[in-house]
Design a protein around this ligand. Structure first.
Ligand SMILES: Cc1cc2nc3c(=O)[nH]c(=O)nc-3n(C[C@H](O)[C@H](O)[C@H](O)COP(=O)(O)OP(=O)(O)OC[C@H]3O[C@@H](n4cnc5c(N)ncnc54)[C@H](O)[C@@H]3O)c2cc1C
Length: 414
């Protein structure tokens, strides 16, 4: 067999033709999306084909952040992840969901870059910031001139981040009123290579209410140390940081006035949970289309794999899972656009899609045989990346417990 020419050091083009992405919607789950929503989806798909897929394996393998792609994402207005920014068109949850699916169909790190910058950091400021803060940050963040992080999780508080221990206390230094922040954060996307971090901290001290508040902290503030977490086997083309906050002073106007309890944090996470559900669908679609293409061209025992009954059954099972996922995200997103989506429904969507995407990725990885673990054949990257989605923004178990509490009326986790 003639090996394709490497497109990046250490990375080869796929062993089969994936140049024409499937427009996969077997039962018309998205048949009624508005023309502008469909146009947004197709624009993201075209961007992924032209800009992401030709280069992403190299970044993933080298564990480098594709900063040149971040710039291009901003130029296309994809970096804000559908968050409302003054002066830019409003984007429906449906359009943004379709965009998240297409972006993740290309690459999970790139989708997570948009999720961190737009979905988490920018959204926190737009949702809870003062008009001055929105004016100062929203435009530059949408343009990619300021890169933001969202720091909630701590080394000792993940699923129970509501019990976070990072503190903020009021203090006046050199005549400037402000806050002193101390603590540690873990797993913070862009926390070591961005410009600002939205830090969630408990307000303590004489004037403290012991509630969780949000603060915009410059990453070059004295006492802020962001260390990139190394050796990560999922989403390798975006860095997460371990952050130490040691006597970090920020002026009073760094506090987000609308973020004065954990409810504000939860409101941001509620808005992003559905986007993660859509991303999981994107990973599953990528694995499914690779499996179909591979099965058609791989000859074993004198016939293509696609001609084997067991292989057809497995492809049908994958399509069945993807179709179920698509129907669920489409319907929950219709509810979101109508302002009727509950947190529990969003949890059910994230629970279901991340779980089923893992299964689809696992079958595809197997169906490609040894080629299934080669980066250039794409499935291995999605197989690894879906693991992060399974955990972040609320683990599978936590989503199950949220739905379980709704079903039974009994909280099993707190
Ligand atoms: C790649 C990546 C990117 C991330 N990006 C960010 C970011 O930008 N900002 C940020 O703030 N955080 C981020 N996170 C953190 C993420 O939100 C947490 O990893 C997640 O909330 C889980 O916390 P944990 O890893 O500490 O796991 P733990 O909470 O320690 O959970 C470990 C296991 O125990 C289970 N478990 C926990 N509690 C219960 C319970 N009551 N009952 C049953 N099972 C339970 C969990 O489901 C899981 O299986 C990121 C994480 C990853 C992996």
């Amino acid at each position: 067999m003639t090996r394709p020419t490497p497109v990046m050091p250490g990375v080869t083009a796929p062993d089969y033709d994936l140049s024409q992405p499937l427009d996969l919607d077997y039962v018309g789950a998205f048949a009624d999306v508005a023309p502008d929503e469909r146009a947004h989806q197709l624009a993201v798909r075209a961007f992924v084909q032209a800009e992401v897929l030709p280069v992403i394996d190299g970044y993933w393998e080298r564990a480098e952040v594709p900063f040149d792609l971040v710039k291009k994402l901003a130029e296309q207005d994809f970096l804000r992840d559908g968050v409302d920014v003054p002066g830019r068109p409003k984007i429906s949850f449906m359009a943004e969901g379709l965009a998240s699916m297409e972006m993740s169909r290309g690459d999970g790190s790139v989708a997570t870059i948009c999720g961190v910058q737009g979905g988490l950091a920018l959204r926190s400021i737009v949702m809870h910031g003062s008009p001055e803060q929105v004016e100062r940050y929203a435009g530059p963040m949408a343009r990619g001139e300021i890169l933001g992080a969202f720091a909630l999780t701590e080394p000792t508080h993940g699923s129970d981040s509501v019990s976070l221990e990072t503190t903020a206390r009021k203090e006046t230094r050199d005549g400037v009123e402000g806050y002193v922040i101390d603590g540690e954060k873990k797993w913070i996307g862009f926390g070591s290579c961005g410009d600002i971090t939205v830090v969630w901290a408990r307000l303590v001290g004489e004037d403290g209410d012991n509630q969780v508040h949000g603060f915009v902290v410059p990453q070059d503030a004295p006492g802020y140390t962001g260390t990139t977490i190394e050796g990560k086997l999922s989403l390798r083309a975006i860095w997460q940081a371990h952050i130490a906050l040691d006597d970090v002073f920020v002026p009073a106007d760094a506090a987000l006035p609308g973020a004065t309890s954990f409810k504000a944090t939860a409101a941001v996470l509620f808005a992003t949970r559905l986007a993660v559900a859509w991303s999981a669908v994107g990973h599953a679609v990528a694995c499914y289309e690779a499996a179909v293409a591979y099965a058609k061209q791989r000859i074993q025992f004198g016939k293509p794999l696609a001609a084997k009954q067991m292989v057809q059954e497995r492809l049908t099972h994958m399509l069945s899972l993807v179709t179920q996922m698509q129907l669920l995200v489409a319907q929950t997103t219709r509810l979101a656009d109508a302002g009727q989506l509950s947190g529990e429904q969003a949890s059910l969507a994230k629970y279901t899609t991340t779980r089923q995407a893992r299964e689809v990725a696992s079958i595809a990885r197997d169906m490609l045989g040894g080629n299934g673990i080669l980066l250039g054949n794409r499935v291995a990257r999605h197989f690894a990346d879906i693991e992060a989605l399974h955990t972040y923004e609320g683990t599978e178990s936590m989503q199950a417990l949220i739905v379980g509490r709704d079903i039974t009326g009994v909280s099993a986790f707190a």
